[in-house]
Write a protein that binds this ligand. Structure first.
Ligand code: DQA
Length: 142
């Protein structure tokens, strides 16, 4: 059984009401339920966290670094400038799969760069919930 810790970063608690034309109408709870359903029967244990705080995201990576098999991380806007989260991703041994609901390459200039990507095991972007489901499949393939 693989244990996966899923961390959603800032503003993702507002999914459903936050810019639905970009992020869709699904709430974070509904998103998590869909991921949970997808994982059923796949011999996975999923745990879900959300934080609006950079340091808390780092603390979560540290806390589970020795007893999970992989992380799925949507760092929100921290993706584009948090060297502290990048360093944490590089520091922990379980693979960290970076995910984004929207396609960060087809939006504003500042979103085109991910400082996380070079240290992430893989990045899935622009597929809505599908980005998370592909991350699950990727982790299963490891
Ligand atoms: C996001 C993309 C980021 O640029 C943005 O700041 C978010 C969400 C996504 O899932 O598409 O908060 O990570």
């Amino acid at each position: 059984m693989k244990r996966i810790v899923i961390i959603n970063g800032p503003n993702l608690n507002l999914l459903g009401e936050r810019e639905p034309e970009i992020y869709g109408s699904q709430t974070l709870e509904e998103l998590n339920r869909e991921i949970e359903e997808y994982a059923e029967g796949k011999d996975l244990k999923l745990e879900f966290y959300q934080s609006n705080h950079e340091g808390e995201i780092i603390d979560l990576l540290h806390r589970f670094r020795k007893d999970c098999d992989a992380f799925i991380l949507n760092p929100g806007a921290y993706t584009h400038y948090s060297y502290a989260i990048r360093d944490a991703v590089a520091a922990v041994s379980p693979p960290v799969v970076e995910v984004h609901l929207s396609d960060i390459r087809s939006r504003e200039e500042f979103r085109k760069i991910s400082v996380i990507e070079p240290v992430a095991a893989k990045q899935f972007s622009g597929e809505g919930t599908g980005s998370y489901l592909k991350a699950i499949d990727f982790i299963l393939s490891l």
